[in-house]
Design a protein around this ligand. Structure first.
Ligand SMILES: [Cu+2]
Length: 124
């Protein structure tokens, strides 16, 4: 192998190493913290800030359900319907769910008290 070939190959190897690092960072799943109850409240936070906009991708939802008469439900309203009950109504305690969020307008709510307990965020 001539020296002319060796140099470009080393460059490709370096580029692949950088791509590998970016890939492993993207794989650390961002955490979203949802809370429902004990009163008539529901919220979804990321790093202590209310979630309003997210990039499409996979998220770890950690739901703290503090009431036996509320639930935490996640739904995509625009862009094809997806509905997931992350906690059931009778359930209290903590639950973790890995959810892939596709682009669209999403709503989180308690399905028993949907008219008053809800929030929205956009996935871009
Ligand atoms: Cu409720």
């Amino acid at each position: 192998m001539s020296r002319r070939l060796l140099v470009p190959l080393a460059g490709i190897a370096a580029a692949l190493a950088v791509a590998g690092t970016a890939f492993s960072q993207a794989r650390s799943t961002p955490k979203l913290v949802g809370t429902v109850g004990p009163g008539f409240t529901i919220k979804l936070m990321k790093s202590g800030v209310k979630v309003r906009s997210l990039r499409a991708g996979t998220y770890k939802f950690v739901i703290s359900d503090k009431s036996s008469f509320h639930n935490f439900t996640l739904e995509r309203e625009i862009g094809g319907k997806i509905e997931k009950h992350l906690t059931g109504t009778a359930f209290t305690g903590s639950k973790t769910a890995i959810v892939t969020l596709k682009r669209g307008k999403w709503k989180y709510y308690c399905s028993i008290h949907e008219s008053t307990m809800f929030g929205f965020f956009t996935v871009k």
